[in-house]
Every structure is written in structure tokens, then in C-alpha cells.
Design a protein around this ligand. Structure first.
Ligand code: DX5
Ligand code: ZN
Length: 230
């Protein structure tokens, strides 16, 4: 189990495997790991919560022995309680579930923690941040979706910036604020200035000829933007 690097308030890029070449997964992961990545964002889609199906437990358990990266798993599934254990056993370090899928989010959080993993919660672009109020103090990470989940390569939705600004002062220093969707050279500075510290990037990393260099460039832009932040 990886230790989540909670202590340092720096900007991290979390490359999303969704944009990688699925015929060469281990090689793709190795390239960004060699390039200094700490986190791998894993987008799990069930074809119910989102209109797409990606990959699941068998793929993650095969990647686990070949990578030391922190497996940040974004569960775009309707039944996180049913599948959480399988994902933790496969080697996921953190499971993020959608607030839209449950009326009992504290139960989901307790269940995931009981499995020994870190917990994140996320919300769709159409969901108000107020929906997170009952669980904010209980999670390790809050993920703000800046596109409708289901597909990579979409355009960044600017209202995500207001959500980041609203959430940032409500989080402790040990809680991460992540943003996911449409993150690229032209959006990094704005999300960092709005308070995000962990930036998911699919197409802007794995969609580039040199993913490690693309990741490093985004990280530099993010670091520069964070210098002007409180
Ligand atoms: C969308 C996923 C994202 C996606 C981001 O459902 O949650 O993580 O991979 O892709 P880009 O960075 O291409 O917008
Ligand atoms: Zn994601």
C-alpha cells in the first residue's frame, strides 16, 4: 500500500490511464513513472453511471506489480459498496466515489476505510458543492469534475473554478483538492489559482508524443501558478 503524500502542499499531475495506449499499458505507465510521476489516475466506468465502459479490476491487478505509483482510482460506477473490496485487493491506494450514487455516503466512506484504502468523493458538473457538506471532513480527497464523466478529451467547464474556490477554504491541509477533465496547458494556471493541488490530465499527457515531458511542463505551469497563491 502506497503512502499518500499528504504533507507537502505542492501541485501534482495525476496522468489518467484512460488516454494511454491500451495495447502497451505497462510501458506507458513506466514512461511517466520514470519521468517523475507520483500518481496514476485510473478511470473505472461501468456503462451505467456513465455512458461508457473502460477497464476494471483485472487490468489494475496486472498493473500493480509493475508500478510503484499511487493508484488514484476514480469509480464512475453506481455500486461502489459492491465493488470497493475487489479494487482495494487489486492494489488501489485510494477510491473516489460519486456523491450522486448514494444516499448514505458516510457508509461508503467507512466501508472503504475499513478495507485499508484512502477515500475520495467527487461530484458531477451539475451537482452543487453543498451535496458534499456532510462528508467533507471525512475524506482524504475531493475531486471536482470539470467535464461530464465518461470520456477523455472534452472541453474544460469553467464553473468548476467556482467549485474549487468554494471548497478550498473548507478543506484541511491534509486533504487534497483534485480536478479532472480538460486539464491542459491553457487551464492549469486557472485551476491552481482556484485552489486545486492535484490535476488529472489524460489527453494532455498520454495523448502527447512524449508523455513524461508533457507532464513535466504541466507541473511547471502549475508550480508557477501556485507561487502567486495564498
Ligand atoms: C472522464 C475521466 C477523466 C478523463 C480526463 O470521465 O474522469 O479522468 O480521463 O481526460 P482529459 O484529461 O483528456 O480531459
Ligand atoms: Zn477521472
Amino acid at each position: 500500500m502506497n503512502v499518500w503524500p499528504l504533507e507537502r502542499p505542492v501541485v501534482r499531475i495525476a496522468p489518467s490511464l484512460l488516454a494511454a495506449d491500451f495495447a502497451r499499458l505497462a510501458e506507458e505507465v513506466g514512461r511517466i513513472e520514470a519521468g517523475g510521476a507520483e500518481i496514476l489516475h485510473l478511470d473505472v466506468m461501468d456503462g451505467h453511471f456513465v455512458p461508457n465502459i473502460s477497464f476494471g479490476v483485472p487490468v489494475i491487478e496486472k498493473l500493480r506489480p509493475v508500478s510503484k505509483l499511487f493508484f488514484d482510482t476514480h469509480l464512475m460506477i453506481t455500486e461502489p459498496l459492491r465493488y470497493a473490496e475487489a479494487f482495494v485487493k487489486a492494489g488501489c491506494d485510494l477510491l473516489t466515489f460519486h456523491i450522486e450514487v448514494t444516499d448514505r455516503p458516510l457508509e461508503v466512506i467507512e466501508h472503504i476505510r475499513g478495507l485499508g484504502a484512502r477515500v475520495g468523493v467527487t461530484l458531477n458538473p451539475g451537482t452543487d458543492v453543498a451535496a458534499l457538506t456532510p462528508v467533507l471532513a471525512e475524506v482524504d480527497l475531493v475531486l471536482v469534475m470539470s467535464v461530464w464523466p465518461g470520456f477523455g478529451g472534452q472541453k474544460f467547464i469553467p464553473s468548476a473554478l467556482d467549485k474549487l474556490r468554494a471548497l478550498k477554504p473548507r478543506l484541511r491541509p491534509d486533504q487534497r483538492l483534485e480536478v479532472d477533465g480538460g486539464i491542459a496547458r491553457d487551464t492549469v494556471a486557472a485551476v491552481v489559482q482556484a485552489g486545486a493541488d492535484t490535476l488529472v490530465a489524460g489527453s494532455a499527457v498520454f495523448g502527447k508524443p512524449d508523455p513524461a515531458a508533457a507532464m513535466a511542463e504541466l507541473r511547471t505551469i502549475g508550480w508557477q501558478a501556485s507561487c502567486g497563491r495564498d
